[in-house]
Ligand binder design. Structure first.
Ligand code: MRU
Length: 365
């Protein structure tokens, strides 16, 4: 996708700078476009912890790059085969612990580790790891585009029913290209509709407390020339009651086998409001986000609890502004569970499915 006139992906490696991985620093957006450089698995861990890279699919690819960088480190250190295996295991665990809720890091790292397991030689492991991560990144971009193609059909249907009037989409958090490699999940149908000249408008819920909607989704839509309006999280229901929302599109961090969806905190309330107003509510996610080991959304998904300072303070440049009554307790849950009964469908790269066990097992086969 574009920032200004330049095409970007969120993360890339540069063969001229061997063993360096680069990513757009999401903490600096929308005010500056900074690129971070990662040379070790620990650098990747730090970038994830600080949320310089974030969003489920991107967390997956970044963690996969972390395994590649760990191979490079093991080679540089001249570790024996056993010691290299031990080192990679420790780095896998470290990266896994960075953000607990999304399934994508574990999935992507396991794909990389599987792809290198047949090599004894660390040089070969390193080369194979890099090839696998690049393939995963390319696949993520392709899958998001496919999600866009399937989602665009829903938007085109609404457009026809509205006899050529603009289609209003509501989204929560940032499930855009910044959270992935390219296109995004929830934004892909929007970008592909705009490419086909379907008139769309996006309501962007700000997504307290880190404001991924207001800062990131709004930024990327603006860069792509998509009409959009930021609203507070509390306003979503009212906008729906007014009849100004035709469809809700959100992303996912983990989807259980029964179709329950774990996503950014506030998604559940948005889904309740959509349900009450008879508005279709779709979750856009690649199949890699489906975790069939979880029976339902409450089957032990680790919901990240974040620092209370994210709620207590707003940042203005480098200074913090206190927003809350000092001394009061704060809980900062990062994610919630939307039960499948509130979800109209899941838009995957292989088509739109019902959020139920039968459809999920069928498509995951
Ligand atoms: O805490 P974040 O910003 O990493 O949370 C991101 C979300 O919840 C996204 O909506 C989700 O990862 C889907 S990304 C395509």
């Amino acid at each position: 996708m574009r920032i200004g006139n330049k095409r970007y992906r969120t993360i890339w490696d540069d063969s001229r700078e061997y063993a360096s991985v680069f990513a757009i620093d999401q903490n600096a957006l929308p005010f500056s476009l900074n690129v971070i450089r990662m040379k070790t698995a620990r650098d990747v861990y730090t970038a994830i912890r600080k949320m310089s890279v974030r969003g489920a699919p991107l967390l997956g690819i970044a963690s996969a790059y972390g395994i590649y960088l760990a191979c490079v480190e093991a080679r540089k250190k001249g570790l024996s085969r056993e010691m290299a295996e031990e080192f990679l295991k420790k780095r896998f665990e470290m990266l896994l612990s960075a953000r607990p809720t999304s399934i994508n890091p574990e999935w992507a790292m396991r794909v990389v580790l599987d792809s290198i397991s047949r090599y004894n030689n660390i040089d070969k492991k390193t080369g194979a790891a890099l090839r696998t991560v690049r393939r995963l990144a390319d696949n993520d971009a392709k899958n998001c585009r496919r999600i866009g193609i399937h989602g665009k059909k829903l938007i085109a249907d609404i457009y026809r029913k509205k006899r050529g009037e603009r289609v209003n989409i509501l989204t929560h958090c940032n499930a855009g290209w910044l959270a992935c490699i390219d296109y995004g999940t929830a934004t892909a149908p929007v970008y592909l509709s705009a490419e086909s000249k379907l008139p769309v408008q996006v309501w962007v819920e700000e997504t307290r407390p880190r404001n991924q909607g207001a800062k990131l989704t709004a930024f990327e839509l603006k860069q792509m020339g998509i009409p959009h309006t930021i609203i507070t999280d509390n306003a979503g229901g009212y906008v729906m009651q007014k009849g100004d929302v035709d469809i809700v599109l959100v992303g996912a961090d983990r989807i259980a086998q029964n179709g329950d969806v774990c996503n950014k905190i506030g998604t559940y309330k948005t889904a309740l409001a959509a349900h009450d107003n008879g508005i279709p509510f779709y979750v856009c996610a690649p199949l890699s986000t489906i975790d069939v080991s979880k029976k339902n959304g409450f089957d032990g998904i680790d919901i990240e609890e974040r620092d209370e300072d994210e709620v207590r303070y707003a940042m203005r440049g480098r200074s913090k502004i206190e927003l809350c009554s000092p001394g009061s307790g704060i809980k900062n849950y990062g994610f919630d569970i939307t039960p499948s009964r509130l979800i109209t469908g899941i838009i995957t790269e292989r088509g739109i499915i019902k959020p139920d066990k039968k459809s999920i097992f069928k498509i995951k086969k």
